[in-house]
Design a protein around this ligand. Structure first.
Ligand code: CU
Length: 369
């Protein structure tokens, strides 16, 4: 991805160069001016395009070695030492912790907001980058949850050998399988306590990820209603049914399974966009941070009340000191725009919402299968 961007920038620089070279040639011509040759058509700036799309396959359609390579890379990120001094100072011990801390620090500006979908698309991209550091070159898997709605417990994704490990057991609801024995140091909430990878499957709520609810989201007429339908629909109920990392909204990405759930969420947004691309590649709005009075849409009460009731605590002054300005790029307003700047706290460069609107626009290059 980075390479493509660099190539794109190089192309622009080269096209600028050829224009610059053409001008002095005319200017130095001696004697009477020759009839001007027809001006060469200015090179059309090439829109950034994708050379070879990465395939994001549904987990059970991936070949077994590809599944194993993905899980191996996730384990590698979970055991690689943290790199960013500011995040290490706040308690991140591994590269995985840095990823989870990113979600933690920005939690109140990326949930219940218009930035929810673009940020989580960017967040998956950050995840992909970290897997790349561990040598993974394949696409991210996604989970077709309607196939398992009502029966998450028997999903092949929860297989201890060929999946992400099963339902949590024991006092910490620690999962078995490939992530057993690994430690996540970020969360729950705004606290940082070392924990196992944990989850608690609840098939009372998992039917609410079924195709009916997906279709309801996909049938929304505009972004303003679509993001709410996705967020409050299959996204939320998938989280409730999985209760990843103590069921905590702030630090649930500690569980590697999070990224297959959010692949499903991202695909819903893309499927919605694809129904009317010309309009929906630029359709963006919604608050760029939670209102203190409303907080998370899924919980009653505002931010302060939720923090107390959910036992999350609040961001420490040190966390607030590294929290990006949620209005950056939005002209100081409270509404998410295409110029909204998204930060990964230094894991990868910042991106704008515009960058991620098109999953095949050049900044991103993938397709769902
Ligand atoms: Cu999130």
């Amino acid at each position: 991805m980075v390479k493509l961007l660099q190539l794109g920038a190089l192309g622009l620089a080269l096209s600028g160069l050829s224009t610059a070279v053409a001008l002095p040639a005319d200017a130095t011509a001696a004697g009477p001016p020759a009839p001007a040759p027809p001006a060469p058509a200015p090179p059309k700036p090439k829109p950034p395009t994708c050379k070879g799309l990465t395939k994001r396959q549904e987990w059970r359609n991936m070949k077994r070695p590809d599944q194993q390579a993905y899980i191996k890379a996730q384990r590698c990120v979970m055991t690689s030492p943290a790199k960013l001094p500011k995040l290490k100072a706040l308690g991140a011990k591994t590269r995985w912790d840095e990823l989870v801390m990113l979600h933690q620090v920005e939690a109140l500006q990326i949930h219940s907001t218009g930035t929810f979908l673009p940020f989580h698309r960017y967040f998956l991209h950050v995840h992909q980058f970290l897997l790349g550091e561990c040598g993974y070159k394949g696409g991210l898997p996604w989970w077709n949850e309607p196939l398992d709605a009502g029966n998450f417990i028997n999903s092949p994704l929860l297989d201890p050998v060929n999946g992400f490990g099963g339902d949590g057991t024991g006092p910490g609801n620690c999962t078995n399988g490939p992530f057993a024995g690994l430690t996540v140091n970020i969360g729950p909430g705004f606290f940082n306590k070392p924990r196992c990878v944990n989850r608690k499957i609840n098939d009372f709520f998992s039917p609410l990820t079924n195709q009916t609810y997906v279709d309801e989201a996909l049938n929304q007429p505009d972004y303003a209603s679509a993001w709410v339908a996705i967020y409050m629909g299959p996204h939320l109920f998938g989280h409730i049914a999985l209760a990843m990392m103590d069921g905590n909204s702030i630090t649930s990405p500690g569980d590697p399974l999070f990224f297959t759930h959010h692949g499903f969420v991202d695909k819903m947004w893309w499927d919605w966009q694809a129904r009317n691309l010309s309009a929906r590649l630029t359709d963006m709005n919604g608050p760029n941070a939670q209102s203190p009075d409303i907080g998370f849409l899924e919980f009653p009460g505002g931010i302060a009340e939720e923090a107390a009731e959910q036992g999350w605590g609040s961001p420490s002054p040190a966390m607030l000191a590294i929290t990006p300005d949620p209005k950056k790029g939005d002209n100081g307003g409270t509404e998410t725009t295409l110029n909204h700047v998204m930060s990964s706290l230094g894991i990868i460069p910042d991106a704008t919402v515009r960058d991620v609107m098109d999953i095949q626009g050049g900044y991103l290059c993938y397709q769902y299968e």
